[in-house]
Write a protein that binds this ligand. Structure first.
Ligand SMILES: N[C@@H](CCC(=O)N[C@@H](CS)C(=O)NCC(=O)O)C(=O)O
Length: 200
């Protein structure tokens, strides 16, 4: 498999990169200067019309969406144990959390960060911040409840659902202050060699 990952540090591109490290696969990183506007160029939009990273290219076939990349990669290598097999009882919970992260956990904190830090000042709407944090806190409580008696999202074994949940929870550590279980969880994830290899 010839894998290329279009990548900028400290972005959602960490998700597939971390997983590639967990899988022990060789891959080529193509560094994209996101903050310098490279994703907005015509050339980059030919690779991803959404003008976003990450983008993954596998044997010449291009994929966008970090969650889809992670789901697809984990399923290609079932023996690595990073996704329950299709007929395993844990598969339902796995699918649930994989979707939950991008559909429910991520949107309020992403919206918060945009209106707090990312958008140009004149486009920020401060009135939305409290609502975003309230919605995020509801989702955090659900994840914390799930993790109260487990090391990882599915139990004792680390899976790709932990990459999805963990990377998102790391976006705003301050929001986890009321949830020691989530603070311990992200601390545990950050000690993994594959994470440490992936963050550079
Ligand atoms: N849902 C997409 C979101 C991708 C995304 O928004 N990426 C950000 C970096 S984390 C980006 O490239 N933003 C560029 C921009 O908004 O101009 C995914 O998970 O891959």
């Amino acid at each position: 498999m010839d894998i290329k990952l279009y990548y900028t540090p400290k972005t959602r591109a960490l998700r597939p990169r971390w997983l590639l490290e967990e899988l022990g696969l060789p891959y080529k990183l193509i560094h994209i200067d996101l903050f310098g506007g490279e994703t907005r160029t015509e050339e980059f939009r030919k690779i991803n019309p959404n003008a976003c990273i990450p983008v993954m290219e596998v044997d010449g076939q291009v994929m966008f969406e970090s969650g889809a990349m992670c789901a697809w990669l984990a399923d290609q290598f079932p023996d690595k144990g990073l996704a329950p097999k299709l007929n395993a009882p844990q598969r339902m919970a796995y699918e649930q959390w994989m979707y939950y992260v991008t559909a429910t956990l991520e949107p309020p904190i992403w919206n918060y960060l945009q209106h707090r830090l990312i958008l140009p000042k004149e486009q920020r709407v401060p009135e939305i911040l409290a609502w975003d944090l309230e919605r995020y806190d509801l989702a955090l409580a659900v994840v914390a409840e799930n993790l109260k008696d487990k090391a990882y999202m599915l139990g004792g074994q680390f899976t790709t659902a932990d990459i999805m949940a963990g990377t998102t929870l790391m976006w705003r550590p301050k929001a986890l202050s009321g949830y020691p279980v989530l603070q311990d969880y992200t601390k545990r994830l950050k000690q993994r060699t594959a994470y440490l290899n992936g963050i550079g």
